[in-house]
Each structure stands twice: as C-alpha cells, then as structure tokens.
Design a protein around this ligand. Structure first.
Ligand SMILES: Nc1nc2c(ncn2[C@@H]2O[C@H](COP(=O)(O)OP(=O)(O)OP(=O)(O)O)[C@@H](O)[C@H]2O)c(=O)[nH]1
Ligand SMILES: [Mg+2]
Length: 319
C-alpha cells in the first residue's frame, strides 16, 4: 500500500440541512486523520453551518443552488492537491477513506469512485433507486464504454488538478454523471473501489427526487454522448429512422405487389425515413472518426502540458 499523506487531502462535504449528522461526519474524518474538512453549504435553514464550524470545519455558503453548483464552486476554494468528496448524511464511512485515496497516492488513478453496491446495507437504498441506479450504470457502460458499476456514488476521491480539467455544467444531482462522463472524455484514469453504504440515520431526510433526478441523469448521459460516443448519439437515431422507413416500405411494397393497392403518401414517408437514417449513419461514422482523431491530439497536448508543469515545479523548487 502506498504512503498516504492525509494532510494533503481536503475532505469536501456538500450539505443541505444535515444538522442531524454533520457533526458526527466531521468528527469521523478527524479521528481517521483527515483534519482538513471543507463544508460547502447550500443555505441550510437548520444548524448545519454552526455545527460544522464548531467541529472544526471550514464552512462556506455556496453562491448559487444545487449540489452540482456547490461542488464546482468548491473546486476553486480548495487549497490541497487531493480531494475526498463525501455526503454529509452519514451514509459513507470514514473508515473507507484510506482505501478511497490510496489509488491517488500510488499513482494508479486520478479519480476514484466508491462502489456502494459492493456492500450495501439493508435499507440504504430504496428498491426504486436500486433499479434506477442499475439502469443508469448500464446505459453509461453502453454509451461511454467504461466498466463502472456505481457512477452516481457520492464517495469520490480525485486530484484537484484533474477535477479542474473537467467541463462541468450540472447544477444539481446530474453532477456525478457529468464527472464520470467527463473523466472518459478527458482520458482521466478512473478506478472503482468497494465501499460500505449505510442507511441514512433516523431523523435525516433525503434531498433526492428519484424520478425527476433520474430523468435528468438519463438525458445528461445521452446529451454527453455527442462528444464521447457520437457513433451512438447519431447512430441510435439513424438506426431507428432507417428501420422505421424500411418497415413502412415493406408494408407499401406488400400491398402493391400482393393486393395492387398503392399508398403514395406512405411511400414518401418511407423514403424520407430511409434517407434520413442513411444520412445520420454516415454522420455517425464521420463524427466518430473526427472524435478519435481529436482525442489523439488532445492526449499529445496534455502530455506536453504535464511535462511543462512538472518542469516548472522542479525549477521553482531549485530556486
Ligand atoms: N451545498 C449543497 N449540498 C446539497 C444540496 N442538495 C443536496 N446536498 C448535499 O449533497 C449530499 C447528497 O445529497 P443526498 O440528499 O444525500 O442525496 P443522495 O445521497 O443521492 O440520496 P439519499 O439516498 O437519500 O441519501 C448531501 O450531503 C446533501 O446535504 C444543495 O443544493 N447544495
Ligand atoms: Mg446521501
């Protein structure tokens, strides 16, 4: 196991009305040796901010709203090279913290996802959320072609430098999805480690609206496919149009040949469907090629950038 410098890690906790649990959560990380705790609060109307300060955390109130906006704002305020992000609701364990940051220190990854499905305690996740999570992870694997099983996990560890490279727009709970997808697009090495997921303690309330937030996440996954997997983005719609066109065309052909009945309007619809489908499929092939070439170039530029930055750090250190 690589040497872990817990002082170099900022524990980032986005909170909204977590007075019930936030004190224990902060104490837990302090006890585990992580003393730099940063709470970014969404304007809680309970005692969350006061309690967090009392327990020694740095507390900032976000300027906008939503977990996504809070996390994005926090990235600019963190002064440590490593970040361990965790919910303020006591559903993740500080005992798993070392396991989460270890791949960062060993150099195995720049982004770590805590996989809650590895040890999900009874009552930790409703049946609806479990089904929704599995569906979303399946769609992610299909579209973005990475073998991850819990992209919506709130337990994440990453280098600040890699996080700042991500182009994040999500305001609310779409943020985890966006992070996972952006890591693919930016070519950031990502690993999953098994963690324990506990039920929310009694008295603590969820901020999640499963159906609405789930729908936002699915739309986010598809929208982001445009740059990550354009073959899927254009190809899926193209295939659908082509198949519908062919189906209508078969019907028109069958009626004409077998029964001598002509369907002019349907014939036009079928032709339009087939043409649109073929064009979209051509576009899918072309844009896939463009994206692959673009990705190669980016890798090269990033390698250069990293080399320049490392050289600068070296020379600063010598002076
Ligand atoms: N700063 C900030 N934090 C938020 C906001 N909404 C939620 N959070 C925090 O983000 C974390 C995750 O939210 P949860 O409500 O636990 O969502 P979840 O873990 O997906 O859902 P549960 O399964 O119910 O726990 C918690 O620590 C919340 O307090 C917000 O608008 N602003
Ligand atoms: Mg939670």
């Amino acid at each position: 196991m690589a040497e872990i410098d817990r002082n170099a890690v900022c524990v980032l906790i986005p909170t909204l009305n977590e007075a019930e649990t936030i004190g224990d959560v902060i104490d837990g990380y302090n006890d585990a040796g992580y003393t730099n705790v940063f709470v970014i609060d969404g304007g809680s109307d309970d005692q969350t901010q006061e309690i967090a300060s009392e327990h020694g955390a740095r507390v900032v109130e976000q300027s906008g709203s939503g977990k996504g906006q809070a996390v994005r704002e926090a990235f600019d305020l963190i002064d440590r090279p490593y970040v361990l992000m965790v919910d303020g609701d006591g559903t993740y364990r500080p005992e798993d913290a070392d396991k989460m940051v270890e791949p960062l220190f060993s150099g195995d990854a720049k982004h770590v996802i805590g996989n809650r499905f590895a040890d999900m305690r009874p009552g930790a996740m409703t049946r609806l959320n479990q089904v929704g999570n599995r569906l979303i992870n399946w769609a992610y694997r299909l579209i973005h072609r990475r073998d991850h099983h819990d992209i919506l996990s709130g337990y994440r560890a990453f280098t600040l430098r890699s996080a700042k490279r991500l182009d994040l727009q999500a305001e609310g709970f779409g943020i985890e999805t966006e992070i996972a997808v952006e890591c693919v697009r930016e070519g950031i090495d990502t690993v999953e480690v098994p963690i324990t997921y506990l039920p929310r303690p009694e008295g603590s309330e969820t901020n999640l609206r499963p159906v609405r937030d789930g729908a936002v996440i699915i739309v986010t996954l598809y929208r982001l496919a445009k740059t990550n997997n354009p073959f899927f983005y254009f190809g899926s719609v193209g295939t659908l149009a082509l198949l519908s066109g062919l189906a209508v065309a078969s019907f028109v052909g069958y009626r004409w040949i077998e029964q001598g009945i002509a369907h002019e309007v349907l014939a036009v619809v079928a032709t339009a469907g087939i043409l649109l489908g073929m064009q979209l499929l051509t576009l899918a092939f072309l844009s896939d090629m463009v994206v692959s070439l673009h990705r190669d170039q980016r890798r090269r530029i990033e390698r250069l950038e990293e080399k320049v930055e490392d050289d600068e750090e070296d020379s600063e250190w010598k002076h």
